[in-house]
Design a protein around this ligand. Sequence first.
Ligand code: GDP
Ligand code: CA
Length: 331
Amino acid sequence: MVVDSKINSVVVLAGGVGAARFLRGLALVHDKQATTALVNTGDDTILHGLNISPDIDTVIYTLGEAIDAQRGWGLSDETWRAMESLKRYVDVRPTGSIAAPEWFNLGDKDLATHFYRTARRSEGADASQITSEIARAWKVAQRIVPMTNSDVSTVVELAQDCQAGKAGTQISFQEYFVKYQHSIAVRAIYFQGAETAKPNCINELNQADVIVIAPSNPIVSIGPIRALAGVDEVLTANRDKVVAISPIIGGHALKGPADRMLTELGHESSALGVARLYKNITSTLIIDTVDADLKDAIEREGMRCIVTNTVMSGQKISGELAQTTLDSIAR
Ligand code: GDP
Ligand code: CA
């Protein structure tokens, strides 16, 4: 594969796993130093008093060749002794205390990242600075940037009474995703703090040659980035150079709750549903070959549609998808 000389800077709007895989493919066909990942931080949480940024860590660990590929999150060759040792405290924890949470696994090696992030925050460093330090520690050459330096929290509202609470109760994204394994129905999603948070990389978006919306959850990974003031306007103004890859294949997410979330929130769980969500901000949508029959309907929504293999099961296919993505704008 050849590096495209017409394209210099590429900005990728990123969630976790799907985006990380795409970025790894992009590294095969495009200059890493000219690549910026603008990453969702709506999933961020505090546990054990530690600041945890799941999507940023997934992207950095993947690009640092350290991700546990089977699990899809965390580090390879991980051990869990700190987690096991937590059990000792569960019996003495007073009712109502959130100390010693056992529902969110943090590996021993992974803890070091959260220690570092938390310590640097308490020293007053901002999220961009801390993220660039962590990326540097993992020898990641791409620029990895949190979507904002402010705290924005994705909150989900329960659609019906369930183990997590009564209908209408709002719970944090990680409780929804990890504690209840996204098996409960939701009726609304909020991005607390998004209206007043200043987005990062607005200039980079304006100046980019290509803006990629990675195959990430449109609602809870791309949604928080779009919710920041001004981001959708910048994407709309640069729509001609925005290309998205559908995370929905054959009506389903490869992993996670994107499909049921789309349906529960009144969208269609299909590449066409993704097209409708993105049509104001995207000129091109890349969909999987299994969805080829949706191409005409997607183009009737007013965007170009490219059909190719999008399941990034290995490096080769990720690289080819990245090349197709760049070519779709640089024609
Ligand atoms: P998370 O934050 O780790 O949950 O990951 P994302 O925000 O990236 O969202 C997961 C979405 O990525 C799911 O809807 C998956 O279908 C999608 N995804 C993951 N891997 C791939 C892939 O190889 N190809 C495509 N097209 N989508 C993918
Ligand atoms: Ca995520």
